[in-house]
Design a protein around this ligand. Sequence first.
Ligand SMILES: O=P(O)(O)OC[C@@]1(O)O[C@H](CO)[C@@H](O)[C@@H]1O
Length: 395
Amino acid sequence: MPDRSDTPLAPVLLGDEPGSFPHSVLAERHPAIIRQVRESFPYGPERHRALDALLASCTEGVLEPLPADALDRDRWTQWGAEAYTGRPWFDVPWLWSESYFYRRLLEAVGYFAPGPWQGIDPFRPSKLAELDARETDEELAALDALADRPADERDRALLHGSLWGNRADLGFRLDAGRDETSSDTPPLVADDSETLWSLLPPAGSATLCLIADNAGRELVPDLLLIAHLLAQGRVGRAVLHVKPYPYYVSDATHADVLDALRRLTAAPGAAATYGDTLWSAMTDGRLTVRAHPFSSAPLPFADMPGDLREELAAATLTVVKGDLNYRRLVGDRRWPPTTPFTEVTAHFPGPVAALRTLKSDVITGLDARTEAALVEAEGQKWRTGGTHALIQVRT
Ligand SMILES: O=P(O)(O)OC[C@@]1(O)O[C@H](CO)[C@@H](O)[C@@H]1O
């Protein structure tokens, strides 16, 4: 991360503290994900053995190097593999070990190797179930009532749909025992939405990059937001950044975009109109989908490569969705919550907006009163419970 003399760097989050959220992800969530994946398809004995080996490695062992013939081995070396392989999963930066876990999981199910399981997304059954759920029908039906509302109400509804859609990630739901907090504190802990709208004036034909997070019930409202912005002329061109391979259980890939798009175009009522807008925008090049390798890198966005930096620098606004992308945007560190968002995102190549529900410890840009009220009401649970959200913008 570039030097910012006025904001000293906070310590990087590791997973080594029993009782902490990162530790619970490594010690409990990852084994649960392996169990879930094992049940998702009738994998044969070889795949089961590889999943067993990963389970042993990630709970009691060390990070093992990728196979010598892995096509992305050099890329992982550039991303720090030599420094971290051979070390216990709990002792390296949490962002690194978590991201590497998904790479190893795909290795275990044969996602990359030539053969029958190549390219089969182990999370697809749960992603499709979510897309097919009754709740998705209900959310899409609500678009009918929106059609007659004033423009500013529609703007707000679609922005908030995309924001709160982030609450619906499938990995999060694996934590069945996580406490639901009820609190009198406002759901939005920061709200720079006025600034966001000022960057995307009507008929301004801005270029928007949206760095997507989860598929299913998050991606659908993300796509609806993009369709709305295109239809309003607030955006002339949009680029949707997705993951190059299945990641963090429910993160969106290109295949998930196509599933979501089909869901929209096949829906009754207004939803199909949004779907048609997106379909024609993809067809004529106003909407493109990108799967840059760095999208699944175990590194903060401050380390993004030059080509991606250039692309994002040319955007009027980049919207960064979700919790993991927030960690990558501000740096996965124990920042004091009042650390200015504008300073920790100074490295970003252009104007950037974070839309995120709070599901991990990292937080910046709070005012002292908000932080104090949250702590008073909930201790530290507001950081990880997914019950609060933020819209933060750096112009
Ligand atoms: O990025 P998302 O989908 O909003 O959230 C991902 C998440 O649920 O998974 C990670 C823990 O595994 C945390 O970064 C975060 O809580």
